[in-house]
Ligand binder design. Structure first.
Ligand code: C2E
Ligand code: CA
Ligand code: CA
Length: 785
């Protein structure tokens, strides 16, 4: 849309008299208009009052005369009235003329027929004359013109207009200047006092504004009346701020507790301040400031040590650079103020229509950040702040603990059931914690992690057990989820809250690595040592690999009936230069958690294949060797692909891969394709630790495992638990029914062996026959048989 706002461009003629007159010299208005004119145009006349037919005809005739003289061709004309559809008329029109007349009457009419919404995205030319130009503004000032209006308490002076511009025009300056209404001087007694908080463009006839592509220019003569002051209006580009702060979006911002809103001119750094909260109001006495002055003053609200870094983040060049790059600038700066730690959010935006200006908004978002809007508990920062206060007030007689709660496998819940159900699980966790722990203080630190400070008396074992196992009821299904809790007993109130949380978190983490299915654990200092050791091993294993500290062991597996060695499992050993022998149970889970086991397993595959190849070349006896694969190995596709290269060197039946039950459950389709491919190559795939998890049966259905390895936990229960014994018997039957063999792991006693033999178990692995052996010993053992 191209918008022309004029005071007038037609010579004044009284109603009743008419002469075809040439239009006035209008500062280039018609030449300008001709550049925009679309050719023979459909012309829509929007009257002031559709009932005033005589007036309307009179004005339209004179406007069309002016166009004719100026060689602006008109194809057809229409007059908007009460009955016509504003939308249809606007769609039809190329040029819309908003007539002059009594401004309040016209605005009422335009609102009644819905012109405001119809014209909103109009693409043609809009010309406003006098009241038509005034009503085009977003925020309109209707000055009292007629007798009685100045004194009429019901006369509305400020109202919302068509919202096509922020320019508020008062037309016919030369005429109005001497006008009196109800005995008052219109300018001095009415307009100027009304101008506080507003900006009026008071312009002479023939003057006009043109707004196009977000820029507004002024041609002609006029004045600006703003805050009671009258200043000359220069020709050229205009920055019309009047009404900006009245826009709904900004109004909402203010009501949400903003600190400060202002605009800054990009180059000369001049600022227009629109809004200040009560605290800042005494810092800024005037509203016209330099950007740098504003920065310096805002910095005064920050403690001296942090002022420099604060200023660094609100400097104009910094903002400009980023605005040019991505179109907006948002920072939250955490600063110490005399009122405590605060989060100050600064956001900068382009001002639509005013390319030389930025709008800058400051908000104190401390309270917003402190609150977790989802659970209505404290968010991380809020929790930490309050916890510090709580600790300060703690005495030696108080017995409190911090519980760090984490929903087990929450990611899987989200993926399985969708985010909405995931949210429900969060709510249920919050409710369970509230109910059972009766928190003194509670916060959600991030996604599914909560921290609760509670009296020790709430932490009895029974209570915790009930709390930690939750049943989530959906519309059509039930799902059990577990809450893992790490507990830190606060014995020393001078300890830092971060340390307490770290301790509770370690205790929680220990539940993940431990195999014992515990749901809560108390922190003790050994966990820290353990953690330190784990971090150390993690950072050290790549060096150890280069330094040859790893070594494969082979645990022979025998035929259950004959006791003859039929295969072996390869198990990794780490002979650490300082720590001595480190168990894989201690380092595999950590390296796994970093997704790096493929480095180790690659080493094991290389060594295993070398060994088998060597046996064959030397014409010695060899048995198939099984290598353990971790779930994360499948993410390293280069490693998995390389396996197919390695096995070309030997008989594929001589290597086997073990995949644990829990790993298999998490495998994605890509990994399953690899397993299929391995099987097609003639490699046996073993299901490890069968029976240690939950969904064992369904796994047998989805993949044809060659051998199923009964979990060590089952074997332990032989002779102890009848139910486990029955499960073993039926598992072996089931495996046989689907064509798989069974290996029992961890067989240590004669009794266990006897039971397994009777149950028709195929193979036995365990200390009863052999412990894992170094390569040479294993080689010698095979030789000796
Ligand atoms: P796993 O795959 O279930 O290995 C069997 C574990 O049981 C081995 O422990 C073995 O030494 C132990 N074991 C065998 N027979 C008996 C017995 O009669 N009594 C007892 N108490 N234990 C017995 P290890 O070698 O400590 O390995 C622990 C776990 O570490 C393995 O469990 C496996 O998950 C992982 N692991 C070991 N080597 C590797 C490897 O090269 N790569 C990968 N990814 N994981 C490995
Ligand atoms: Ca294994
Ligand atoms: Ca196993």
């Amino acid at each position: 849309m191209v918008l022309y706002l004029t005071s007038s461009f037609i010579p004044h003629q009284e109603l009743g008299s008419y002469e075809k007159l040439e239009p006035l010299d209008s500062y280039g208005f018609f030449e300008d208009l001709r550049k925009e004119w679309p050719g023979p145009a459909n012309f829509l006349y929007v009257p002031c009052n559709p009932k005033a037919t005589e007036e309307n005809e009179h004005q339209m005739k004179r406007v069309l005369d002016a166009f004719e003289f100026s060689k602006l061709p008109i194809k057809d004309t229409k007059v908007l009235d009460e009955k016509s559809s504003a939308k249809a008329c606007v769609d039809w029109a190329d040029v819309i003329y908003l007539a002059g007349g009594h401004a309040p009457t016209q605005l009422n009419f335009m609102k009644r027929v819905g012109l405001k919404s119809a014209i909103f995205d109009f693409g043609g030319i809009v010309i406003g004359l006098s009241s038509g130009a005034a009503n085009a503004a977003y925020y309109v000032y209707h000055m009292p013109e007629r007798e009685g209006e100045a004194m009429d308490p019901n006369f509305i002076r400020f109202t919302d207009g068509l919202d096509l511009t922020n320019i508020q025009i008062i037309p016919h300056k030369d005429y109005i200047q001497t006008l009196k209404v109800d005995g008052l001087s219109l300018v001095d007694d009415i307009i100027i006092p009304d101008s506080f908080g507003c900006k009026f463009y008071f312009i002479s006839d023939e003057s006009y504004f043109k707004a196009k592509d977000g820029r507004t220019i002024f041609k002609g003569k006029g004045e600006i009346i703003e805050d009671g002051l009258v200043t000359p209006l220069k020709q050229g580009a205009i920055v019309p701020f009047m009404g900006y702060v009245e826009q709904p979006v900004i109004k909402t911002l203010f009501s949400e507790g903003y600190d400060m809103v202002f605009c800054v001119e990009k180059n000369d750094k001049r600022c227009e301040v629109y809004y200040l909260n009560d605290d800042l109001r005494n810092l800024f006495v005037q509203t016209h400031l330099e950007y740098n002055e504003i920065c310096e003053k805002l910095a005064l609200t920050v403690v001296p040590e942090e002022r420099a870094s604060y200023l660094d983040q609100i400097r104009l060049p910094v903002i400009k650079r980023e605005m040019n790059k991505r179109g907006d600038y948002v920072r939250t700066i955490h600063v110490d103020t005399p009122l405590g730690r605060r989060a100050k959010n600064i956001r900068v935006k382009e001002v639509p229509g005013y390319p030389d200006w930025y709008m800058v908004i400051y908000i104190d978002i401390t309270t917003i950040l402190d609150h977790d809007w989802m659970t209505d508990e404290y968010a991380r920062t809020g929790f930490l702040d309050r916890a510090n206060v709580f600790l300060d007030e703690l005495t030696a007689d108080d017995h409190y603990s911090l519980v760090y709660a984490n929903v087990k496998e929450f990611k899987a819940v989200n993926e399985l059931f969708g985010n909405q159900k995931g949210d429900m699980v969060i709510f249920q966790t919050r409710d369970a914690l509230r109910k059972h722990l009766k928190p003194m203080l509670m916060g959600r630190l991030e996604s599914d992690h909560f921290a609760v400070i509670t009296d020790d008396e709430n932490l009895n074992e029974k209570n915790l057990k009930i709390m930690c196992r939750q049943v989530f009821k959906g519309e059509s299904m039930e799902y059990t989820f577990e809450i893992h809790c790490g507990i830190y007993q606060i014995n020393n109130p001078t300890i830092d809250i971060m340390q307490i949380i770290a301790g509770a978190k370690l205790a929680e983490k220990s539940l993940r690595i431990s195999k014992r299915n515990m749901l809560f654990a108390y922190y003790d200092d050994s966990m820290k040592e353990n953690y330190v050791k784990q971090r150390f091993l993690l950072s050290d294993f790549e060096r150890a690999l280069a330094d040859n500290e790893f070594e494969p062991y082979y645990q022979p597996i025998v035929n259950a009936k004959t006791g003859k060695i039929v295969s072996a499992e390869m198990l990794i050993r780490w002979r650490h230069r300082d720590l001595g022998m480190v168990s894989p149970a201690d380092f595999i889970p950590i390296i796994e958690s970093e997704g790096k086991t493929s480095l180790l397993d690659k080493f094991m595959v290389e060594r295993g294949i070398d060994f088998i190849e060597k046996c064959f070349t030397l014409g010695k006896r060899a048995v198939p060797c099984a290598i353990n694969l971790s779930r994360v190995d499948f993410y390293d596709t280069a490693f998995i692909e390389s396996l197919f290269e390695y096995i070309k060197r030997i008989e594929p039946a001589m290597v086997r891969f073990e995949v644990t039950e829990s790993a298999y459950a998490d495998l994605e389709s890509k990994a399953l394709e690899y397993l299929d491919k391995m099987k097609k190559h003639g490699i046996n795939i073993l299901l490890d630790d069968y029976g240690s998890g939950m969904s064992s049966l369904s796994m047998l259905e989805t993949f044809d495992f060659d051998i199923i390895k009964l979990d060590i936990g089952f074997v332990r229960k032989i002779g102890i638990n009848k139910k486990s014994e029955s499960i073993i018997i039926s598992t072996i039957k089931l495996a046989h029914a689907i064509g798989a063999k069974v290996t029992a792991e961890g067989v240590e006693t004669e009794k266990q062996l006897k039971f397994l033999q009777d149950a028709d178990c195929d193979y036995i692995q365990g200390y009863y026959f052999y412990k894992p052996l170094p390569e040479v010993s294993f080689e010698n053992l095979l030789d000796s048989l």
